[in-house]
Structures are given as structure tokens and as C-alpha cells.
Design a protein around this ligand. Structure first.
Ligand code: GTP
Length: 556
């Protein structure tokens, strides 16, 4: 394929506006997949994607399309819509010259429509606005076209009205891809240069890297170098993704495909890396901004004997999702484990679900936290700050876009659900990191009979301290068994007690039921009680079962 017959594009949209459905139609119309009921959301390959009905990993498909007697190669990259995965979107965009910006003709412009538009706009890609779901009774394409004109400054006449579900006008989308999106400005006569924009780990074949070829050509057997590590590899296999792997003899400038070159570790095929031929060194292409972890949580094996298994599961899964950061950690209560960083809460849930489904691992996940920077000075005295409104734009008479500065901790747990329910599902939400801000945060201790429990020390906002402390005390009270003396469970800030629960004195007499009788049965019961105690941790004079820590630390 000469480069001028190639078009590289991705589909971007707010969640549920119909990207994957449109991708299915495009695959069917170009014969990449058969048109059957079974072929739904074929690019959503992971089990978690199918169960949740969302796209998590970007996927690539090369399509053959003939238009006015010419054959075209269209490389389509399906991207996730949720905020947590916008990292995948920005990577996909770097391999493309154009995007299909899908907007639901009923819902109109939503938060991620705006966020994704700016990713494409800043990368100077051709943007084709598409109004989807025009078959819906409440669809109002006219209103949504005005929104697009007003918010994005794109003429309303550029919009294509479609129903991805029924296939209405989808042919016009293919024509627009060919007519409006420029071919990649590359030449096969240049030295070979390819950008690694995604990579996967395959147990048998090692790293399978997705590449966009920016110049020259590559063949099986060629010796290539990774610019990042300077290591040389021999190309074992190359090919197109249609969307399954189709090996080919060569890949040329402008094409998007996969490469297998005996890399044994995804760290060797860093996303954003440049590959070139050993005999023709070139300058590396600009890479990507590394993903920035925003939400952290501890992960621990249910039982320490499962540690090695969980370690290898986490390693393999992070090879597949390099935006997750992993640090070894250990907790007095939960043993050896890790502290993992995620791009957001959904990202963390999806990772956890993949660990369980794809690697059969059982894990204790602690409540998520966000990063803080501590400064030891009187600056903590700074006035309490909550959300600060930055600006407000009316998209039309029914929709308004508002920007706020929020403490991340306030939006990380249930903000999205709350927003959705308060607005009956109408509001949508997106965020980006605005950096660290001074805040009135304090360290809270949990005390058992006056002794601080190291593993339960928490950083909270002063206004939230009472509620958080009270909830932690209640949970502890419910999970520590009564003992021979009374136990005070307290939350404290410095020397000030802010919440208290009391566990009444009591001793479980395990022998009460075996009056007289069998000595071996008595011994058994005593032994069982002793074993139970081994799993306890002693804090001062209080015995705390491991479960109590799990109940307090675990995500609800
Ligand atoms: P994410 O991958 O999670 O970001 O979602 P998506 O944008 O890929 O949306 P998806 O294709 O999964 O579609 C979301 C829902 O909208 C599904 O239930 C589709 O069946 C439905 N849908 C998509 N296109 C149309 C359409 O043209 N008309 C109607 N009525 N429903 C549609």
C-alpha cells in the first residue's frame, strides 16, 4: 500500500456514546468480521470489558476499503471512554492523523467529549464529528450540532448523523475517513522508524508490540534496535491486526501493525519507544508523558503463603498495563504486600477484577488513598479549602460546563456516583491533575486502651476527622472479640480524643460446655483457642485478630 492510500484514525467519545458499536459496523462493512449477532463489541476482548460493557484497552484493526475504484488501508484504533483510561487515548492519538468524535444525539456533549476533543485538537488531528443514535426517539441532532459548533468551533455542516446500531449512514463515515483525513506524511524510502504505542505480554511469544511505522520498511529477520535501551533484536514476526494478528512479509511507512522480536519483558518494549534498523540509526520519536498515578491502594495476599503466586500475577498484569505503579510494602497487620498506584478508581477496580479473573488471585485491597506532600510548618494553619469554582460556560440552554478545583481525595471515592444520582444521571464529570495545594490535613491515631495502632494511622481533612474516626472505631469494635477486661477504642488527634467506642469485658470459656467428661476433647478445644490466638496481634494488653485490621483497612 502506498502511503497516500492509508488512513490512520481513532474513535473517541464519552463513555457509552457508541464507539465500540460503530467499530463493529466498520469491521463488518469492510469484511474484517462476519455480520452475525455474536460479533458484538469485538474489539473489547477482555472479560472485564465484556462484563462491564466498557473498553479498557485500546485495540487496533486494519480494514481494507474500496472507494471509487481505489483500495484503501484504514487503520482503526478503538479507545476507552472513561477518564481513567484517557492515557490510552492520548497514546492512540499519536499514531493517527484523524479522529471520529462521536456524540450521542440524545445526550449531547458530555465531560469526556470535551476532554477527548482537546486531546485530538492539541495533536492537530482532523476531527470528524459524528452524531450517533439518531434512531432514538429523543434524539435531537440539531441541538447537538449547535453545541458542537459553539463549544468546538466546528461548522455544523461537518457533522455526520448516523445510527451505529442500525448501520444508517455508516458508509458516509468511511467516505469521510478517506476524503477528510490526510494520509500519513511518511515515505518508505526513509530509514525505518516505528513508534511503539502499545505492548502486550504473551506467555509463549514474549512481547507483542503495537507499532506505527513512521518511515521506511521492516522485514522478518531484520535486526532492529530499541532506542530506549539500545538493545538489538531480530524480528521474528510482523503483521497487521485485522483485528486478529495477520502475519505479513513486511510493514511499510504509514502502516500500523504488530511486531514480535524476542523481547522477554514488556519493559524492553516501553510504550513511546522508537524502533529502528541496526544499520540505519535514527533520532528517536518524541515519546509520551508517563502516566501519573493518582490513586493508591495496598494489595495483600489473603494468606502469606499465597504471596509468590500473587507477586507473579501482579507482575504479569502490570506488563500488560504499564500505567500501574508497583512498590513493595508491608503492614504489621496484613504482612508483605504491595502499594499500587492507579490512574483512578475504575482503573483500580478493573485491575483488581483482572487479577481475580485472569490470574485467579485472591487479594485484600485496602481503602484507596491519594498522594499528599507533608510540610512541617505552621502553613497547616492555612484556611480550610474545598472546591473552588474556576469558570462556567453555557453549552446551550440546557447544559452548563463548570470547572472546579477539588481536593483529589474528595472526588476519588464516591463523588462520581453521587453526582450521577443527584443529577438523575444527567451530569458527567472529568478531571485532570492541578498539582498539590496546601490543605488542613491532620494525622489521626486509633488507640486501643490508650496505645496507638501503627497500621491504622490515617491522614484526614480536619473536617472529616470526626466521621472517619467514628466509623473506624465502630468497625474495630465489631471485629475485636471481648476480652477479660474492658477495651477503649478511640480516635485521637494529637492528645485530643475525638471518638470512642467501648468493648465490654468478657472471657469466652471454651471449657464451659464440657463439664466433667473427656480430657482429649478438652485439650482439643484449648489447642484450637491457642491457634486462634496465634493469628492475633497484641497491642498493649489487647489481642487483635487479623480480620479486625482487614475489616478496618479494606475497601468497603
Ligand atoms: P465505552 O467503550 O465503554 O466507552 O462505550 P462505547 O462508546 O464503546 O459504547 P458502546 O458501543 O458500547 O455502546 C453503548 C450502548 O449504546 C450500547 O448499549 C449500544 O447498543 C448502544 N448504541 C450504540 N449505538 C447506538 C445507536 O446508533 N442507536 C441506539 N439506539 N443505541 C446505540
Amino acid at each position: 500500500f502506498p502511503a497516500d492510500k492509508i488512513r490512520n484514525f481513532c474513535i473517541i467519545a464519552h463513555i457509552d456514546h457508541g464507539k465500540s458499536t460503530l467499530a463493529d459496523r466498520l469491521l463488518e462493512m469492510t469484511g474484517a468480521i462476519a455480520k452475525t449477532e455474536k460479533n458484538k463489541q469485538v474489539l473489547d476482548k477482555l472479560q472485564v470489558e465484556r462484563e462491564r460493557g466498557i473498553t479498557v484497552k485500546a485495540q487496533t484493526a486494519s480494514l481494507f476499503y474500496s472507494h471509487q475504484g481505489e483500495q484503501y488501508l484504514l487503520n482503526l484504533i478503538d479507545t476507552p471512554g472513561h477518564v481513567d483510561f484517557s492515557y490510552e487515548v492520548s497514546r492512540s492519538i499519536s499514531a493517527c492523523q484523524g479522529v471520529l468524535l462521536i456524540v450521542d444525539a440524545n445526550q449531547g456533549i458530555q465531560a469526556q467529549t470535551v476532554a477527548n476533543f482537546y486531546l485530538a485538537f492539541e495533536a492537530q488531528l482532523t476531527i470528524i464529528p459524528i452524531l450517533n443514535k439518531i434512531d432514538l426517539k429523543n434524539a435531537d441532532p440539531k441541538r447537538v450540532e449547535s453545541q458542537i459548533e459553539k463549544v468546538f468551533d466546528i461548522p455544523r455542516d461537518d457533522c455526520i448523523r448516523i445510527s451505529a446500531k442500525h448501520g444508517t449512514n455508516v458508509e458516509m463515515v468511511l467516505q469521510a475517513v478517506v476524503n477528510r483525513i490526510p494520509p500519513p506524511a511518511v515515505s518508505s524510502d526513509d530509514p525505518f522508524r516505528a513508534l511503539v504505542f502499545d505492548s502486550n505480554f504473551d506467555h509463549y511469544r514474549g512481547v507483542v508490540a503495537n507499532i506505527a511505522v513512521f518511515g521506511g520498511r521492516v522485514r522478518k529477520g531484520d535486526k532492529i534496535v530499541s532506542a530506549h535501551l539500545g538493545k538489538t533484536y531480530e524480528v521474528n514476526e510482523i503483521g497487521l491486526l485485522r483485528p486478529d494478528e495477520h502475519p505479513t512479509q513486511r510493514l511499510y511507512a504509514g502502516q500500523v501493525g504488530y511486531i514480535i522480536a524476542g523481547m522477554k519483558d514488556v519493559k524492553e518494549a516501553q510504550i513511546g519507544d522508537t524502533l529502528y534498523l541496526q544499520e540505519q540509526p535514527v533520532k528517536a520519536l518524541p515519546g509520551f508523558k508517563p502516566a501519573k498515578a493518582m490513586v493508591f491502594a495496598g494489595m495483600y495476599p489473603m494468606d502469606q503463603s499465597e504471596y509468590p503466586g500473587l507477586r507473579s500475577a501482579i507482575e504479569r498484569l502490570t506488563l500488560n498495563d504499564s500505567s500501574v505503579t508497583v512498590q513493595k510494602d508491608s503492614s504489621l497487620a496484613l504482612g508483605a504486600g504491595w502499594r499500587l498506584g492507579f490512574l483512578g478508581l475504575l482503573h483500580m477496580e478493573v485491575f483488581n477484577q483482572r487479577l481475580e479473573q485472569e490470574y485467579n488471585a485472591s487479594v485484600i485491597v485496602t481503602a484507596p488513598t491519594v498522594p499528599y506532600k507533608a510540610v512541617l510548618s505552621s502553613a497547616k494553619l492555612i484556611k480550610n479549602r474545598r472546591a473552588i469554582q474556576k469558570n462556567m460556560v453555557y453549552i446551550d440552554d440546557q447544559r452548563v460546563m463548570m470547572k472546579y478545583l477539588f481536593p483529589l481525595n474528595e472526588i476519588v471515592v464516591d463523588f462520581y456516583d453521587l453526582l450521577k444520582s443527584l443529577s438523575s444521571g444527567y451530569a458527567s464529570f472529568d478531571y485532570e491533575n492541578a498539582g498539590y495545594q496546601a490543605a488542613d490535613l491532620i494525622k489521626m491515631d486509633i488507640l486501643l486502651n490508650g496505645r496507638s495502632v501503627e497500621e491504622l494511622i490515617t491522614i484526614v481533612h480536619r473536617d472529616r476527622a470526626y466521621n472517619t474516626g467514628k466509623a473506624m472505631c465502630e468497625r474495630l469494635k465489631d471485629s475485636i472479640p471481648r476480652q477479660m477486661f474492658e477495651i477503649a477504642v478511640q480516635a485521637a488527634i494529637g492528645s485530643k480524643i475525638i471518638a470512642r467506642e467501648t468493648i465490654k469485658a468478657y472471657r469466652k470459656n471454651v471449657l464451659a460446655k464440657c463439664y466433667g467428661g473427656d480430657i482429649t476433647r478438652k485439650m482439643k478445644l484449648l489447642k484450637r483457642q491457642a491457634e486462634g490466638k496465634k493469628k492475633m496481634r497484641r497491642i498493649g494488653n489487647v489481642e487483635v485478630p487479623k480480620d479486625a485490621f482487614i475489616n478496618v483497612l479494606k475497601r468497603k
